[in-house]
Design a protein around this ligand. Structure first.
Ligand code: ADE
Length: 225
């Protein structure tokens, strides 16, 4: 998989890809992540990427020209499955979207800023708009990092134990069951007896029950469909 991220703040985006699982995925060449600074696609001397909106109103809007140039350059080099715009009014990211996106070959992610982007960018270039939740961030960069983390960890070979993404919370519309490790008793707080029993079919049954109960109390909406 290849991900090209278009941003006005590449420095804000880089560190999540320089540690832990994402770093290892890149080193193992399971994913390529490229950052494109929008200012490199500006032709005027002021390196201007935003401007006032027609019709008046507070806030600046990202201009179409540098974005068009950047996307056109990338599209001249390869074909893309999706051009994603990170925006608070997009479709809310969930595990299903992450699963679908992890099957794509090449994607572009455009990080929004200011009061958003010229609508013609959305109309002409964007194939999918994604929000990471119902709150407004200062820009799409942290949203893009969250999106990339959720997608990249699903790529074959990224997680050491191939099954572990399959047992993540949300994968079957259930939250994960509680987990414990050593010591089996700490300050009098005990690990549930069943987990120490060695009876694996019973343990599996207990985990399923716990996952269901946890989902029912915390996220009943997940059990609806
Ligand atoms: N840009 C600003 N807020 C955002 C959000 N909630 N999700 C994705 N991109 C954003």
């Amino acid at each position: 998989m290849r991900i090209d991220i278009i941003t006005v703040l590449p420095e804000l985006l880089k560190s999540p890809f320089e540690a832990s699982i994402l770093k290892r995925a890149i080193e193992k060449e399971l994913v390529e992540v490229h950052f494109h600074n929008l200012r490199d696609y500006v032709t005027d001397n002021y390196k201007q990427i935003d401007d006032y909106q027609f019709g008046g109103g507070a806030g600046m809007v990202m201009m179409i020209e540098p974005i068009d140039k950047c996307i056109a350059q990338l599209k001249s080099e390869r074909t893309y499955d999706e051009v994603i715009y990170m925006t608070p009014d997009g479709e809310t990211l969930d595990q299903g979207i992450a699963n679908t996106m992890s099957l794509k070959e090449n994607i572009i992610i455009l990080c929004g800023h200011y009061k958003g982007v010229d609508q013609r960018v959305r109309d002409q270039f964007i194939t999918k708009e994604i929000s990471i939740g119902d709150y407004v961030l200062s820009g799409g960069e942290l949203g893009a990092a969250v999106f990339c983390d959720a997608v990249i960890r699903l790529l074959p070979g990224v997680l050491n134990d191939e099954t572990s993404a399959l047992t993540d919370s949300f994968q079957d519309n259930l939250l994960a069951p509680p987990v414990y490790t050593r010591p089996s008793e700490y300050k009098g707080w005990k690990v549930p007896e069943i987990l120490l029993s060695g009876n694996f079919p019973k343990i599996e049954e207990w985990r399923e029950q716990q996952a269901y109960e946890r989902t029912k109390t915390r996220r009943p909406d997940l059990l609806e469909d």
